[in-house]
Design a protein around this ligand. Structure first.
Ligand code: AMP
Ligand code: MG
Length: 483
């Protein structure tokens, strides 16, 4: 371990120092050796029981400085004081190439921020976070990672008794929009300034010399969030609970509670059982990101300008720039999915027309775009049922004309599409089945197989067609926070 615990050197309002609560009988469920390698950690001389002790929180690694982080957040629009209610940051591991990673145990027992929670996590949701976060990383999307899942040997009580588990989460940092909200709520301007400087040092050193640090910071965080949301939409990812405490400053995807992947294309898709109004629906993710960034900018007003009105004006100007920037980035991303670059008049319409066709025919988002990544897309199974439709034929004809005009040649365009349109995503039903096997009978075979498939998402493999089938239509899939 090479720990340097810089977060713990901030003002003590930002955390509480405490150790994970030991568990009864830790047992290794899964360990991500390649990720350990990236972190510069070599555990070859440890056996599983020793690793289980460490990653359950029973044995602290040398140099760890365990803390629970304080934060606030808007949950479904309502402000709340939160904090790590079931997580402990062990410290920041500095990898051999100098990169800094938070090592956090999730499900590690109660903290002063637990409110009425038990501080624990169940095996199913922790394995779910493991597989989906690793799939996201393999899809090329910025995300927290999963190093290990350890069963605790203790039950947790939710709708019934479940197997308890601890997940080791790795992140560029756990700084959230909600961390800023926390400092602002306390009206602690010294703390706020310190947090801003710290965040810039850690994630945006390139703006250190900016005239208006706070303003440049909001702009930078916004750019990363625009990029992130575009990437989510590229692969049909629905985060499900984009509360401000679940939005990172680093631009990583965080908090894999009720997330899921859209199958049949529909921007109104919602999976979370508690999201009754579709606040966090697939197509609503951009305006929600903007809303969250507005909350971030509000926390920084006193640092943006001494004069309150001027500060507000400057912040608004930045945040109002979200949609035009997003639309440009989105158009570029969607263009790449259909194999075109640069943008031409009419591209947005071409893309929207395709989306309307997918919506109308309830086509699977992933499979449809993957089919477009083949040299004869219309011959692919996904389009078989609708290939005779005049509208569909017209679209393909217009697309062909646009492809011919593009600066990319046929092969380059195909290569681009293959790199942007995954063949494999963690499909909801398959994930559920793998988790059930793991939870009910301790069987990890299915989970491991699915993990293997979804971590090579762009590689065709005709033997894996079973992993490409969407859920039966008519089945309404729901996700739960699992807390
Ligand atoms: P989340 O919905 O996972 O973003 O969590 C929202 C807040 O609830 C955070 O402050 C969590 O730490 C806290 N929380 C979630 N589950 C538990 C639990 N089982 N025990 C204590 N706190 C929890
Ligand atoms: Mg959270």
């Amino acid at each position: 371990w090479q720990f340097d615990n810089s977060y713990g050197r901030l003002k003590d309002i930002f955390y509480t120092r405490l150790s994970p609560v030991a568990v009864r009988a830790p047992e290794m469920v899964i360990f991500n050796e390649s990720l350990a390698g990236e972190l510069g950690l070599d555990f070859t001389s440890y056996d599983d029981p020793e690793l289980a002790q460490i990653f359950a929180g029973n044995v602290l690694p040398d140099g760890a400085d365990p803390i629970a982080q304080a934060y606030a957040g808007h949950q479904f629009g309502h402000p709340n004081v939160l904090g790590d209610g079931r997580a402990i940051l062990l410290g920041e591991q500095v990898s051999p190439n100098g990169k800094r990673f938070d090592i956090q145990l999730k499900g590690s027992g109660q903290t002063p921020y637990s409110r009425n929670g038990d501080g624990r996590a169940a095996l199913g949701p922790m394995l779910r976070e493991f597989i989906i976060s690793e799939a996201m990383a393999a899809l090329g999307i910025k995300t927290t990672r999963s190093l290990a899942v350890i069963a605790t040997g203790e039950p947790v009580f939710r709708e019934g008794a479940l197997t308890g588990a601890v997940l080791t989460r790795i992140a560029d940092s756990h700084l959230r929009v909600g961390t800023f909200e926390y400092a602002a709520m306390r009206r602690d301007q010294v703390g706020l300034q310190q947090l801003l400087n710290y965040s810039i040092d850690r994630h945006y050193p390139e703006i250190k010399e900016a005239d208006n640090l706070a303003l440049s910071f909001v702009e930078q965080v916004m750019d990363r969030q625009i990029d992130l949301i575009c990437q989510w939409m590229r692969v049909g990812f629905i985060h499900g609970v984009m509360n401000t405490d679940n939005m990172t400053i680093s631009g990583e995807t965080i908090d894999y509670g009720p997330c899921a992947f859209m199958e049949a294309y529909d921007p109104a898709t919602v999976f979370s059982s508690i999201d009754h109004r579709g606040r966090y629906a697939f197509g609503n993710q951009p305006p929600i990101a903007q809303w969250n960034l507005a909350r971030l900018s509000e926390t920084l007003l006193p640092l943006i300008d001494e004069d309150a009105d001027t500060a507000l004006e400057k912040a608004e100007e930045i945040v109002m720039g979200f949609m035009p920037k997003f639309e440009q980035a989105y158009l570029k991303m969607m263009g790449q999915k259909i194999g075109i670059t640069a943008s031409q008049e009419g591209d947005a319409e071409l893309i929207a027309n395709l989306q309307n066709l997918l919506l109308k025919h309830k086509l699977d988002y992933t499979n449809a775009f993957r089919a477009l990544s083949k040299s004869k897309p219309l011959e692919e199974a996904i389009f078989a049922g609708v290939r005779q439709e005049q509208e569909m034929q017209d679209w393909f004809a217009r697309w062909q004309v646009r492809l011919d005009q593009d600066e990319l040649d046929t092969q380059e365009s195909l290569t681009l599409r293959v790199s942007q349109n995954p063949a494999f995503i963690p499909r909801n039903q398959l994930v559920e089945e793998a988790l059930e096997a793991a939870e009910n009978s301790g069987q990890m075979t299915r989970f491991n197989k699915l993990l293997d498939v979804v971590t090579k998402p762009y590689k065709d493999n005709p033997q894996l067609q079973d992993f490409q089938s969407p859920m039966q239509s008519g089945h309404h899939f729901q996700t739960f926070c699992g807390t």
